[in-house]
Design a protein around this ligand. Sequence first.
Ligand code: GDP
Ligand code: MG
Length: 182
Amino acid sequence: PGPPGGEVRLAVLGARGVGKSALIVRFLTKRFIGDYEPNTGSLYSRLVRLDGEHVAVQIQDTPGCLQVQGDRVQVLDSLSRCVKWAEGFLVVYSITDYGSYQAVRALHQHIRQLHPDARTPIIVVGNKADLLHARQVQAKEGLQLASDLGSLFLEISTSENSQGVCDVFQYLCKEVSKLQHA
Ligand code: GDP
Ligand code: MG
C-alpha cells in the first residue's frame, strides 16, 4: 500500500529551455540553481503535504519532445508514454520565447488526445516572468490561448518567486487528487 494520502503523477511539458527542470527542482528543493542538465528525462518523486496528508508526488520531466520546423510544431511519439502515464500536466512556455508559446497548443492537443476527459487538469504556465525586458509574449496572449484551450493560466518566475511555483504544483496535486476521489 502507498502513503495514506495516495499518489499523484504529474508531467511537465514544454519546448526546450523554457525552465521545466528549473521549475521542478524549485518545487522540490525550494532552490533555484540556474543550470540544469539539458535533456534529462528524469522522474522525480517526493512526499508532499496536501491538506494535512502526505501524498507521494511523482513528476516526469520531459526533454526533447518537440520538433519545430518553421511554425510547424510536431510532438514526438516518445512523449506519448509519459503523457499516458501522468494524471495532471503543466504546459510551460517562456515569455521570452515566442516559439515556445506557439508550441503550447500542439502539446495541449497531444495531452487531450490521450486524456479526452476534460477534467484532466492541464495548467498553462508562462515562465521567466522576471525577464520583462526580453518579453516576446504578452500576458494577454497567454491568457487568450489558455482560455481557448479551456485551461488555467498564470505567469510565474521560477528564479524570483518560489511561492508561485509551489502554488502551481500544490494546485495541480489537489486537482488530481480530487479527480481520483470523484
Ligand atoms: P528546460 O530545458 O525546459 O528544462 O529548461 P531549464 O530548466 O534547463 O532552464 C533553461 C534556462 O532558463 C536555465 O538557464 C535556467 O536557469 C533559466 N530559467 C529557468 N526559469 C527561469 C526564470 O523564471 N527566470 C529566469 N531569468 N531564468 C530562468
Ligand atoms: Mg530540462
